[in-house]
Design a protein around this ligand. Structure first.
Ligand SMILES: [Zn+2]
Length: 460
């Protein structure tokens, strides 16, 4: 008789949170609770132990499920751009078991309690991964923030530059002070889209530049925008030191000295970068290809190497996708209009393979990668008691991973709604064989099949 309570997963290469490299271990999962109940280190099992089923994956890696802390699912309101169903299927296909949804590009945005209830209602029953939510801080909604925290949003995102959608306006320093007053002492975090325009006279460029050239777009979003924004944020942090502030999608290495100085002064500042800033660079982007457009922009190769160094030395805390798709028409592919196109790169499901492909060239281990995409992102989103680590008492969100297999990114390998990606055609190393969500196999990468039971994701 098979013991119905638990099963075990055995591997020579389990990525555990407190060591540098994968090691042999056997993980015991309680089927009823979906929790990890035991970990035997330094040992492996090859066969069943009495009544207990043992899944022996040999040398294949066992990873904690990825927690992608920056995803735009856009539902309700712009569900033709992305949605909970397609976005979370793409997530589990890439070993992401938790996504944290951004407050904007859905209509309405997650800026009031009422809007948050609408968002949750539209997510209900559609989520293949677990989903948590960021709220939004816009001019005048400071009184909405505490009710949103009480209702479960994990923090608030604001823009210091136009967001691209009119229902989510940017804040100025005056607005920010109103928000910071409300958020002092609360168990939350304020996230900044950190680009801020300086005085208009500093940009004297008036030459008619070709809108299809990537260089035109790049010169329209110089490093100084990020430097300006991060200078403002760290200055405000001196006045409001109790609240953690967070820089989303850092692209410019010019901001690294300010971040290092702020951290060394003890300011509660955290920073993320994205897969695309670490895996792509301006020199490889052909003109006329708006699928590479995002804000802030992908910069030169030297900048990319400085981001890698900052990630390795801890100046940058972690890595997210910033998956931000739109409908094809808005990408202006036919015209190749980089300047006119919607900015946002789609990559949901590719992140692990992207970081492994590029990271191993730079000597990073899978343990480093998992700390950047799972453990620290879970901490960031207030989920680190149950997510982000293979540890006793944690959710059995696990990924069986083949570190040697390769695949070519093609439309068929993408599960998100609008199948356009800057990474199409690239050959990546590392393939998800199975994704477990709370102990259940929700995606099989060999059969390319999803859980027949349907979506099991919870709203966190
Ligand atoms: Zn974003």
């Amino acid at each position: 008789m098979v013991n119905p309570q638990v099963f075990k997963i055995s591997s020579k290469n389990v990525v555990l949170p407190d060591v540098e490299t994968p090691q042999a271990a056997v993980i015991t999962v309680n089927i009823d609770t979906g929790k990890i109940v035991d970990i035997e280190r330094g040992t492996e099992n090859h066969s069943s132990q009495g009544d207990i089923q043992v899944i022996d994956v040999g040398t294949k890696f066992v990873l904690p499920g990825v927690v992608d802390a920056h995803v735009h699912l856009n539902e309700p309101g712009r569900t033709d751009w992305e949605g909970f169903w397609t976005g979370t299927r793409a997530a589990i296909s890439g070993g992401i078991t938790t996504v944290v949804d951004m407050p904007l590009n859905s209509i309405p945005p997650t800026t009031t309690l009422e809007n948050f209830h609408l968002k949750k209602a539209s997510a209900e029953g559609q989520c293949w991964a677990d989903v948590a939510f960021w709220g939004g801080a816009i001019p005048g909604n400071q009184k909405d923030l505490k009710p949103l925290i009480a209702a479960g949003v994990k923090g608030f995102k604001c823009f210091l530059i136009e967001s691209g959608v009119e229902e989510f306006p940017c804040v100025d320093e005056h607005d920010l002070r109103n928000h910071l007053e409300q958020l002092q002492g609360e168990p939350t975090v304020l996230l900044f889209h950190a680009e801020l325009e300086g005085s208009p006279c500093s940009t004297e460029e008036t030459l008619p530049l070709n809108p299809t050239h990537y260089e035109t777009f790049l010169s329209s979003r110089p490093d100084s925008l990020e430097v300006n924004a991060i200078s403002l944020i760290t200055r405000l942090q001196e006045e409001y030191p109790s609240l953690r502030c967070h820089i989303v999608h850092l692209s410019s290495s010019y901001a690294l000295p300010i971040i290092r100085a702020a951290k060394s002064r003890g300011l509660k500042l955290t920073v993320e970068t994205c897969f695309h800033y670490l895996c792509l660079f301006a020199g490889m982007i052909p003109n006329g290809h708006p699928e590479f457009k995002c804000c802030p922009p992908i910069r030169d190769d030297n900048n990319r190497e400085l981001l890698w160094q900052a990630l390795v030395d801890g100046t940058i805390d972690f890595v997210v996708s910033d998956h931000s798709p739109c409908i094809t028409e808005l990408k202006k592919l036919e015209e190749g209009d980089v300047m006119g196109a919607w900015g946002g790169i789609s990559s949901l499901g590719l992140g692990l393979s992207l970081l492994w492909t590029e990271g191993r060239k730079r000597g990073v281990t899978m343990n480093h990668i998992m700390s950047w995409v799972s453990r620290k992102t879970a901490e960031h989103a207030g989920l680190s008691e149950t997510k982000g680590s293979i540890a006793i008492g944690y959710d059995a969100d696990l990924v069986i991973w083949d570190p040697e297999a390769e695949f070519k990114v093609s439309v068929e390998s993408l599960y998100f709604k609008n199948k356009l990606s800057a990474f199409e055609g690239m050959t990546l190393r590392g393939v998800v064989l199975q994704t477990f969500l709370r102990g259940s196999v929700v995606y099989d990468g060999v059969k390319k099949s999803f859980d027949a039971v349907g979506p099991r994701g919870k709203l966190l």
